[in-house]
Design a protein around this ligand. Structure first.
Ligand SMILES: Cc1cc2nc3c(=O)[nH]c(=O)nc-3n(C[C@H](O)[C@H](O)[C@H](O)COP(=O)(O)OP(=O)(O)OC[C@H]3O[C@@H](n4cnc5c(N)ncnc54)[C@H](O)[C@@H]3O)c2cc1C
Length: 440
């Protein structure tokens, strides 16, 4: 049985027990073999199971061990770039498609939660994008205007500075963007619950079963694992930022993304009146900085607060958590003394165009990955699209299926490259905040 260590997170502390999942042994034969038991892989398995197509899921570590079991659990109804800015690059028609996909992504999670009766606290408490400068607020206003004019969508609205103080309980933003459709989940309970439901529906899932090699032949693909093999008609690769960890990936797939650490701290329970003043509506918040902070309140009045993790190549640098604690204290001075109870990190997969990608490496091998820090909803909808792709259906995911997804040049130099980019972004963020303070 699988027993890989998960990070010491709030989710692990409060999570439901892990489903009992065996290690693969012997040789198996199946229509579709899915590599990776996170949101992408399990959503693909769920949708294939609904279509009556036999699938097997194999996971190198444990169900939800990757980003899916350790993220912020926030489902924002927007992409990293705003709709108005996406429309400038891709035009209104493509942007309307992207606008529909992001809503479908949250709906997909909601449908899975309800169909599988997942105990993961899914709630649409709304998403706030918090502007750190007037220029960023103006860009959010352009987004709202684009949504209303081009997509007939008037659900989102702009929040003034004083509304932000009421909504967030922090006085550091010039305004914000609010969309009531944004949602939150307990991500580990979602991924564990979904794996349990799939096993009950007869989908085999194997943990601590890393795929070491894919061998493509005329009749299918053979997956080689330490405990056995799988002969599959088709393969789905759903390994996202962990694609490089086991060296199995064909066609330089691991070089098409850059894996970047993201780190999180979780406070002790905030007692008394102070709890009511922080995010009283339980909104999900992410700010507009290049190196963004994001946060949400959890049911027992603990606050999780995340940001960019280590960029030195180390996996758990203590100075990253110290910086997050400083940022938390600057954002919410009234709870600066509450103390931190969990610190953890995970990897996100960054792409050149800031969009995830779905496609095929060959007629028998499909993939979806590259969500950046926005995969909770998107990985679920791309998992659904993967199930359609392997059934031979055409998938229109806008730039996610149309843009090139080639290996990134000079990938071997990604760590120094990321360090340079991160310093530039830190400079831009600090400059915008300084200018904002001067103009106030
Ligand atoms: C700290 C953190 C916070 C985040 N917060 C948010 C958020 O609030 N909102 C949001 O939208 N997004 C967030 N994200 C991003 C989001 O979690 C991911 O985009 C999403 O979980 C990706 O899901 P996935 O299934 O594609 O990949 P993963 O969940 O990473 O799963 C990939 C799996 O593949 C397995 N694997 C790798 N190689 C092999 C192999 N050879 N054989 C078998 N298995 C293999 C790995 O062990 C892993 O479990 C966050 C990410 C992190 C790290």
């Amino acid at each position: 049985m699988a027993s890989t260590q998960h990070p010491d997170s709030y989710w692990l502390e409060t999570g439901n027990p892990a489903p009992v999942v065996p290690i693969i042994s012997g040789d198996q034969k199946v229509d579709v073999a899915i590599i990776g038991a996170g949101f992408t892989g399990l959503s693909a398995a769920y949708h294939l199971s609904r279509a009556g197509i036999p699938a097997i899921v194999v996971e190198a570590e444990d169900v939800g061990w990757g980003a899916s079991g350790r993220n912020g659990g926030m489902l924002p109804p927007r992409y990293k770039k705003g709709f108005a800015s996406i429309a400038k690059t891709y035009g209104n028609e493509t942007t309307r498609r992207l606008h529909a996909i992001i809503r479908e992504a949250i709906d997909t999670v909601e449908t899975i939660v309800s169909d599988c009766a997942l105990d993961c606290g899914f709630a649409r408490t709304g998403q706030i994008t918090a502007a750190h400068s007037d220029a960023h607020l103006a860009s959010l206003e352009r987004d709202c205007a684009w949504m209303a004019a081009e997509a007939g969508d008037r659900a989102a609205r702009i929040l003034s500075r004083s509304e932000m103080i009421d909504e967030v309980g922090a006085d550091i933003h010039v305004g914000g963007w609010f969309d009531p459709r944004g949602a939150g989940i307990h991500p580990l309970n979602y991924v564990r619950g979904l794996a349990g439901a799939l096993r009950k529906r007869g989908v085999p899932i194997f943990a601590r079963s890393p795929v070491r090699r894919l061998v493509e032949g005329p009749d299918g693909v053979r997956l080689e694992l330490p405990g056995g093999t799988i002969a599959a008609r088709q393969v789905v690769i759903a390994t996202n930022a962990y694609t490089d960890t086991t060296g199995f990936a064909p066609d330089g797939l691991e070089r098409r993304i850059v894996a970047v650490n993201t780190s999180v701290i979780c406070t002790n329970s905030i007692g008394g009146n102070r709890a009511g003043a922080v995010l009283p509506g339980r909104r999900m918040v992410a700010d507009t900085k290049h190196i963004m902070n994001w946060y949400r309140m959890l049911p027992d009045n603990c606050l999780i607060f995340g940001g960019r993790g280590d960029i030195t190549g180390r996996s758990d640098d203590p100075s990253v958590y110290a910086k997050l604690e400083r940022q938390l204290a600057e954002t919410f001075p009234a709870i600066a003394d509450v103390g931190v109870r969990h610190r953890w990190s995970g990897k996100i997969a960054v792409t050149r165009d800031d969009f995830p990608h779905i496609g095929r490496l060959s007629p028998r091998v499909a993939y979806a990955m590259g969500y950046g820090g926005r995969g909770v909803a998107l990985a679920n909808v791309l998992g659904k699209y993967l199930a359609q792709l392997v059934q031979g259906e055409r998938v229109d995911a806008g730039p996610m299926s149309a843009n090139a997804f080639d290996p990134i040049p000079f990938h071997a130099f990604r760590i120094p490259g990321m360090q340079i980019v991160a310093r530039w972004y830190q400079y831009l963020d600090a400059k915008a905040i300084r200018e904002q303070e001067r103009s106030a």
